[in-house]
Design a binder for this molecule. Structure first.
Ligand code: 5GP
Length: 193
């Protein structure tokens, strides 16, 4: 999506550890007009799918997921990073390794909000190694619900997540795929889509 690629080129900052910082418009300060354009693009890419719920993970996926949910006119559910050791039986739970915080979180969703009747579109801001998405897919499947697709704002195509997730056969759509980024020169190369 050219609008997003242009914005990444303009405002993205390349940080240590293959991290692309876009906190000026995506996951700290948020450009909601851009989110709306991204939401409408996801709507086009997943047209015809019987999506009745959006799922994301806190915290940085919530902003974009809310706008996508409005475009689809469905509720949005976010998986919570749980602090408690003893998880109660009324939640689906999994563990997710955080790429940016380098730690493992227990992640939960309440059984009240997801079940076999749900057709879920998973939304997240970034795809790197795929741990977050694998955890979210597991939660949906544990609930007996269906993953109708996955929408990602920025995929880092030089990391493994995209390959792993596409191998599952789930429709994965990334609005921008960064194939190369060089912190020394600031160069960012996007995949032609
Ligand atoms: P994964 O689980 O695919 O390895 O990483 C995805 C998660 O890590 C995303 O939810 C996102 O919050 C975070 N993440 C991964 N790479 C980056 C990055 O380059 N920049 C930012 N801002 N977040 C990232």
């Amino acid at each position: 999506m050219k609008l997003l690629e242009d914005r990444i080129r303009k405002d993205g900052i390349l940080a240590e550890g293959d991290v692309l910082k876009v906190d000026c418009f995506l996951n700290h300060q948020m450009d909601v007009k851009l989110f709306h354009e991204m939401g409408m693009e996801f709507k086009r890419l997943f047209a015809g799918k019987p999506i009745n719920k959006i799922l994301t993970i806190e915290a940085s996926g919530i902003g974009i997921a809310c706008v996508v949910a409005e475009c689809f006119d469905v509720p949005v559910l976010f998986a919570k990073k749980s602090q408690s050791i003893n998880l109660s039986g009324d939640v689906y739970a999994t563990k997710i390794q955080s790429y940016t915080h380098k730690r493992v979180y227990d992640v939960i969703v309440s059984k009240r909000f997801i079940g076999p009747e749900d057709h879920v579109l998973i939304i997240d801001d970034f795809l790197a190694n795929g741990c977050a998405l694998q955890g979210l897919i597991e939660l949906v499947q544990d609930a007996g619900a269906t993953v109708e697709g996955i929408g990602i704002c920025i995929e880092k195509g030089f990391q493994e997540g995209g390959k792993l997730i596409r191998a599952t056969g789930i429709q994965l759509e990334s609005l921008a795929i960064v194939d190369r980024m060089d912190p020394a020169t600031g160069e960012i190369v996007f995949r032609e889509q």
